[in-house]
Design a protein around this ligand. Sequence first.
Ligand code: AMP
Length: 279
Amino acid sequence: MKVVLTVAELRGLLRPARRAGQTIGLVPTMGALHDGHLSLIRRARERCDVVVMSLFVNPSQFDEPDDLEAYPRDHARDTELAAGAGVDYLFAPVVEEVYPRGFATQVSVADVTEPLEGQHRGIAHFDGVTTVVTKLFNIVQPDVAYFGQKDAQQAALVTRLARDLDTGVEVVVCPTVREPDGLALSSRNAYLGDDERRAALCLVRALRAANERYAAVERDPAALRGALHAVLAAEPMARVDYAEVVDGTTFRPPGRLAVLAVRIGATRLIDNHHLGDPL
Ligand code: AMP
């Protein structure tokens, strides 16, 4: 695996592969790698001749300066894990390489970005995501890009962006990887103290409760939403940003995607599940 710091070098390295008609896969990450990230790399490795992983803590998608400051960074560990999972090129630019002086362009996706995360974190969060993903698509020009269902609304808006801008990039959305007890893997789980880690299980418990109601042929949107809220309300350490059952493309009701954002202490966690699927 080669670590690449600049856009120009990465372009140069990928040119021969592209000319030879090889398939290029891209896995965008912010580092602090866990098995969720590694599952995306493995999927890319199965199908692509060349696998590029980007590691960039994108300042423009953080809505809270403290969150950006505190975000876990461990370059040495990430490099080792990425190499072990089969990455060919680890693209790890500094902020000035991605946003040079005078940078003034923004890519914005409408509609799907507005509810839920858009409402709670502000639209600037998703504008940060779509702008950096567009740049990565232009830099790498991948055939396929891999995203996680864990960030369901992000995966949906990237899929929309890839189509709307005729990028030619196929967006593959991979299933959420969970801890044995059900907690969705997240770089932010590292912030949780022992009590908080226990309390964080209320997210998957809420999804399971709604899933059980759905399996019992409950289809009333208010009842399914109620099942989420009942579990979350029973956890004293949880403060709910939202818990809704929405359509997995528009992120508005009605639908069968249960989506949650919950604060446990200072840590904001998100999770989701397609009701009716095993959990
Ligand atoms: P991040 O580093 O948090 O920006 O995440 C990079 C990519 O990994 C995104 O496409 C995420 O959706 C995906 N991802 C994060 N957590 C998980 C998980 N538990 N399972 C599967 N994919 C994940």
